[in-house]
Design a protein. Structure first.
Length: 133
């Protein structure tokens, strides 16, 4: 068994987190708002300095029609992600701008066809931070 704080324990935590990200992606693509909200909250509580949880929390709030809080979550995701290779920063900015430009804040089903990559990554350390434009 891996001792707490060991590299093996961190790999296990990262593996669980990556599974959570993949589940959030699945829930977002299917429009399952309640499951997405629950999964996104778990992601944020697991890794509060990672953008994925905030992105999917914004997505869930957007699905619920809560544009103001969705925008706030997208802002946080954008701040944390910068220009990450998975695309969370770029997509958070895109969705934020779309909500700001929209009167209704409704979800366009075509937006579900292109989303950030839910591929696992080693850690946030290998993503250079650049402040959003």
């Amino acid at each position: 068994a891996a001792s707490p704080g060991s590299k093996a324990a961190q790999r296990a935590v990262d593996g669980l987190y990556n599974i959570g990200v993949a589940r959030a992606y699945k829930y977002a693509m299917s429009g399952n708002r309640s499951a997405l909200m629950e999964q996104a909250k778990w992601l944020v509580s697991s890794k509060p300095c990672s953008p994925e949880g905030y992105y999917y929390l914004g997505f869930a709030r957007e699905l619920a029609g809560d544009a103001a809080n969705a925008i706030a979550e997208y802002d946080k995701a954008s701040q944390l992600a910068g220009n990450d290779e998975q695309g969370y920063g770029q997509w958070a900015r895109f969705r934020r701008e779309r909500l700001l430009a929209s009167d209704s804040g409704s979800k366009d089903s075509q937006d579900r066809q292109q989303e950030p990559h839910s591929q696992p990554r080693r850690s946030n350390d290998d993503i250079p931070y650049q402040s959003p434009p």
